[in-house]
Design a protein around this ligand. Structure first.
Ligand code: FEO
Length: 166
């Protein structure tokens, strides 16, 4: 594998771990404001991000490329409201989508077909990731600060479970 692509895949491995870190941080915020269903949703999300990171880890190893594990940046740790926290999650997923698209561009430029096939899963996953986060942003907006509506949403988000790694 070309060194430039190897470095970019390692950067994405780090970014996926960074996503898990951010979502664990948001989970802790939700626990601190007694929204345990919201916290559960973020806990599952963080675990999914670790699965994403493992995909990059395994792929790099399968391709006999070097794995590098630099520091994971500390995430933000306080939010003003559940809406602000989910807006941050949505913005974060948009940033990750751009990184995946840039990676796909690089794999295409480098003519690395195996990387392109590997990355295709992430291209599709990011559509899901953005849609889900935006959907919850919209539901929080609809709740409009009503504690009853927020309570119902909290119960719904508390139902989320971790599916098997794809
Ligand atoms: Fe790994 Fe939420 O994208």
């Amino acid at each position: 594998m070309k060194k430039k692509l190897e470095a970019a895949l390692n950067k994405q491995l780090n970014a996926e771990l960074g996503s898990a870190y951010l979502y664990f941080s948001i989970e802790a915020y939700f626990i601190s404001v007694n929204l345990n269903g919201f916290a559960n949703w973020m806990h599952i999300q963080a675990q999914e991000e670790m699965q994403h990171a493992m995909k990059f880890f395994d792929f790099l190893n399968d391709r006999n490329a070097a794995v590098s594990l630099p520091a994971i940046p500390a995430p933000k740790s306080t939010w003003k409201s559940p809406l602000e926290a989910f807006q941050d999650a949505y913005k974060h997923e948009q940033k990750i989508s751009k990184m995946i698209n840039d990676l796909m561009d690089l794999a295409t430029k480098e003519n690395d077909h195996a990387s392109r096939t590997f990355l295709q899963w992430f291209v599709e996953e990011q559509v899901e990731e953005e849609a889900t986060a935006l959907g919850i942003v919209e539901q929080i907006k609809l709740a409009g600060g009503s504690s009853g509506a927020l309570f119902i949403l909290d119960r719904e988000l508390g139902q989320r479970t971790l599916g098997p790694a794809e």
